[in-house]
Write a protein that binds this ligand. Structure first.
Ligand SMILES: Nc1ncnc2c1ncn2[C@@H]1O[C@H](COP(=O)(O)OP(=O)(O)OP(=O)(O)O)[C@@H](O)[C@H]1O
Ligand SMILES: Nc1nc2c(ncn2[C@@H]2O[C@H](COP(=O)(O)O)[C@@H](O)[C@H]2O)c(=O)[nH]1
Length: 213
């Protein structure tokens, strides 16, 4: 018999949709990479589309699908986006089909997105797990975004000024955790995922065949 992650029989259950948000520079990407490393093929990362220019080392189709504004507009008009938002002068969005197909195949999917987009996803997938990542302090947030060295001073200022508005919206999330250390944040998210997989309705759908004998 094939068994699923929690030791129960495999079923045709959909995967869990995890949405990870938090202000720019808090460490979403870093935590997400660490999480993917320790979760292997059990957790699939959704690659977003954006109109922002690639940073040094970023690869099209790996970090983002880099699009012109016209191409992005076309994706929206063709209903190819699960959600999209304009953030500090650029468009960002989640390709819909990849997420739906992966969830239907039973795999968990993680989206690393900003708050306006996360709220759109919540409308469409209220059963998703919404996690908000906080910095240890606002000074540390600024240190991280500045220390990354990828944004101009103007862009850093704009991103810091929307950070407070984003944090105000954390009440719409299911969980909030501090990214003090990457390994701690990663363990906390894994604990959340384990608990979500052990929700009784999830487990019940896996063992209900036992009751139908
Ligand atoms: N727990 C941590 N402690 C110290 N530094 C961290 C931690 N997590 C991430 N960083 C550093 O903070 C910087 C920003 O991290 P990262 O790029 O992952 O943030 P992000 O939230 O994905 O940003 P954005 O939303 O702009 O894409 C990076 O230089 C990263 O190495
Ligand atoms: N609504 C969405 N937001 C997204 C998506 N992909 C990334 N993001 C968020 O945008 C900001 C800026 O990202 P950066 O790579 O330019 O630093 C950050 O908060 C990302 O999480 C998306 O598909 N939809």
């Amino acid at each position: 018999m094939t068994s699923s992650k929690n030791g129960y029989p495999a079923s045709q259950d959909k995967g869990i949709l995890i949405v990870l948000s938090g202000p720019s520079g808090v460490g979403k990407g870093t935590v997400c990479s660490a999480l993917r490393e320790c979760s292997g093929t059990d957790l699939i990362y959704s690659v977003s589309a954006t109109t922002r220019s690639p940073r040094q080392g970023e690869v099209d189709g790996v970090n983002y699908f880099f699009k012109t504004r016209e191409q992005f507009q076309h994706l929206i008009e063709n209903d190819e986006m699960l959600e999209w938002a304009e953030y500090v002068g650029n468009y960002y969005g989640t390709p819909r089909k990849f997420v739906e197909n992966t969830l239907n195949s039973g795999k968990d999917v993680i989206l690393e997105i900003e708050v306006q987009g996360a709220l759109q996803v919540k409308q469409k997938f209220p059963e998703g797990v919404f996690i908000f990542l906080l910095p240890p302090s606002l000074d540390e947030l600024e240190n991280r975004i500045t220390g990354r060295g990828t944004e101009s001073e103007d862009v850093i200022r704009s991103r810091m000024s929307v950070a407070i508005d984003e944090i105000k919206l954390m009440e719409h999330y299911d969980y909030a955790l501090v990214n003090d250390r990457v390994d701690y944040a990663c363990s906390r998210i894994q604990a959340i995922l384990t608990a979500e997989h052990c929700r009784k309705d999830k487990v019940y759908s896996k063992i209900k065949q036992w009751l139908e004998r």
